[in-house]
Design a protein around this ligand. Structure first.
Ligand SMILES: [Zn+2]
Ligand SMILES: [Zn+2]
Length: 364
């Protein structure tokens, strides 16, 4: 699945995937979720140099390992991590691998700055966040993978690689939602639904789902929303939510990625509350806050990248929660596509359809 031109439909192409070099691993993908960030790369919201093989929410089976790889063996099941984790930098060593320095060198290539992917004419193809796993095969760095239990179904496991980790992590890792608290989640797409279920797992007392679509809000209830609020046509969202929450929320999540929504998330907090920006806004977007109120209210505004994930610990933990019936993954997959149908998958995402679309690859 290749993005070639900003604003143009993605194309399904035959690509060449080279064998793994030192530290790298080749995988045959079983499934790959379609994330809003993939869409953002095709429409220019996040600027990546094209042509680009999309996909960063994949799961599959190791088919070959490069020199020096000891963590993985052929036949292992793995989930992609869209941040590369070197294990050695300041961030990796202080328990924040989601901020790893190496991941900045693997934004559209492998960490060494080169790619293993070429199109049919031999032209190199960049790869989304060092992954490019919306393809039958991929060669990625071992630092962009997490090994998982073979009993875990790969189509469910794939979702953990981005949307589930980001949303659940925003609640559980970033905000550290406390039991009995009140949370408001803006945006009920793939990440928002997971922020909702993260709040539910953390036993928040009241979880308000906010969106413009009734179908999405209905699905939000399945994931643990105790209240829903449709903002379409609502004049004063802040006032209405303040009333609904009985004096403001302890936590608010912007899962849309708009400065305006971040301001609403901030506004809906009670004093001392925490607003978490999860969605990735356009680079030109801004947030305006009342500086005096920032001090007086003791509110916290924090960013959240990848759900403050420590993938090698958190992926197995999320799989454990799924197995124990506490994490919903089956309900998240609202549509599946073949790789040939991927352009339709992007069209569906553009139209804002509810839940997560997943590409399922033919088994060998
Ligand atoms: Zn994603
Ligand atoms: Zn690192």
């Amino acid at each position: 699945m290749v993005a070639r031109e900003i604003g143009k439909p993605v194309t399904v192409e035959h690509i060449e995937v080279e064998a793994p070099r030192h530290g790298e691993v080749s995988i045959r993908l079983a499934a790959c979720g379609i994330c809003h960030s993939d869409l953002s790369a095709t429409n220019g919201t996040i600027s990546y140099p094209l042509p680009l093989v999309l996909g960063h929410e994949g799961a599959g089976v190791v088919t070959a390992v490069g020199e020096g790889v000891t963590r993985y063996a052929v036949g292992d099941h793995v989930v992609s991590s869209f941040v590369s984790m070197c294990g050695r930098c300041h961030y990796c060593q202080t328990g924040r691998p989601q901020l790893c320095v190496q991941s900045l060198q693997a934004l559209y290539t492998l960490p060494d700055g080169t790619v293993r992917t070429r199109d049919s004419t031999g032209m190199p193809l960049n790869v989304f966040c060092g992954c490019g796993v919306m393809a039958e095969f991929a060669t990625v760095h071992g630092d962009n993978l997490v090994k998982i239990d073979k009993q875990m179904p790969l189509d469910r496991a794939a979702l953990i690689g981005c949307g589930v980790m980001t949303g659940v992590g925003a609640a559980v890792n970033t905000a550290r939602v406390e039991a009995g608290s009140v949370a408001v989640v803006f945006g009920c797409g793939g990440v928002g639904l997971n922020a909702i279920q993260g709040c539910a797992i953390a036993e928040a007392r009241m979880i308000v789902a906010v969106d413009t679509g009734d179908l999405k809000l209905e699905l939000a209830r399945t994931f643990g929303a105790t209240h829903t609020f449709n903002v379409s046509g609502e004049e004063n969202v802040g006032k209405a939510l303040y009333k609904l929450t009985g004096g403001g929320a302890d936590y608010a999540f912007d899962c849309v990625g708009l400065g305006k929504i971040a301001e609403q998330a901030w506004g809906v907090l009670r004093r001392g509350g925490t607003a978490v920006i999860v969605g990735i806004a356009n680079a030109a977007d801004r947030i305006t806050l009342n500086a005096q109120q920032v001090a007086l209210s003791e509110k916290t505004l924090t960013g959240c990248y990848y759900g403050s994930a420590r993938p090698s610990q958190d992926f197995p933990r999320l799989i454990g929660l799924y197995r124990g019936g506490r994490l919903k993954l089956d309900e998240l997959i609202t549509r599946t596509y073949s790789i040939e149908e991927a352009p339709q998958a992007f069209a569906d995402l553009t139209q804002g359809r509810e839940g997560r679309g997943v590409i399922i690859f033919d088994p060998a």
